[in-house]
Ligand binder design. Sequence first.
Ligand code: SAM
Length: 293
Amino acid sequence: MASESAGPGDSSPADADAHARRGPGLDTSVPHTARMYDYLLGGKDNFAVDRAAVKKVLEAMPDMPQSIRLSRLFLRRAVRYAVRRGVTQFLDIGTGIPTAGNVHEVAHELAPDARIAYVDHDPIVLTHARALLSGEHRDRVTIVLADLREPEKILATPEIRDVIDFDRPVALMLVSVLHFVRDDEDPYGLVKRLWAGLAPGSMLILTHASLDPDPETGLAASAGWANASSTMNMRTYDEILRFFDGLDLVEPGLAATWNPDGEPAEILERAVRNIWGYGGVAVKPPAGAVPER
Ligand SMILES: C[S@@+](CC[C@H](N)C(=O)[O-])C[C@H]1O[C@@H](n2cnc3c(N)ncnc32)[C@H](O)[C@@H]1O
């Protein structure tokens, strides 16, 4: 499991290849977004092709790892935010290779009965997540191979429905994944179709990469994903806000640093200069209620 205090290049490449060379469906000929992200977080589950792509990203945007860590901090805070408000079911799409502070670990600290369904379209994620999810979690946590671009299929998946009761509120987590969906794949429509399947009181927990500080740099960094399993599609603040159209965004709204419960600030938040991404949370109002904005 990756430690978030490590950085890209902290593990020996040979070790990393040896460690990563396992599991079905591994394609080492193209960079995979999950493995690139793992490397950016200092993990070992990546190959030379992934590291070469990350090198290109970092040449353009050396501070991208900071933004990724901010997104992970947001994820942990948002999970605790949801649990504190009684939402203890999580549908986490675009899970990624397990790293420090996985959703089920954070949720179970506050609510041991919390139920989590992980979804990713990369088989390497399943291999690692299944190894992590021992028998003790089996009734409360599942991991499924599925694609965000097929929302109805996700909502109908029996393994997910065994763990998640869709008649009760669910926290839909789309953390650092929607920027891998191109405009022509209708990312806004996909979120709406998932949201439509959730009960009142459900939450949308979302982060997204942004090129706002410097579009030229944003595009140069995005080119690192040009030949990867998914391309990077950074969006502006307003474009990211559109994902929340018609929903009740909780305070402080869509933000670079997000801390509604006043948790102790982390050094990372004070040190960050360029904001290459934003996160926000919305709550689904009762049927028939009029949203505030
Ligand atoms: C940048 S990682 C984010 C991981 C995790 N959510 C986090 O924030 O740490 C993006 C993950 O989304 C997955 N992904 C990308 N496109 C996807 C899709 N269309 N359907 C499901 N998963 C997808 C990738 O395989 C990768 O594991």
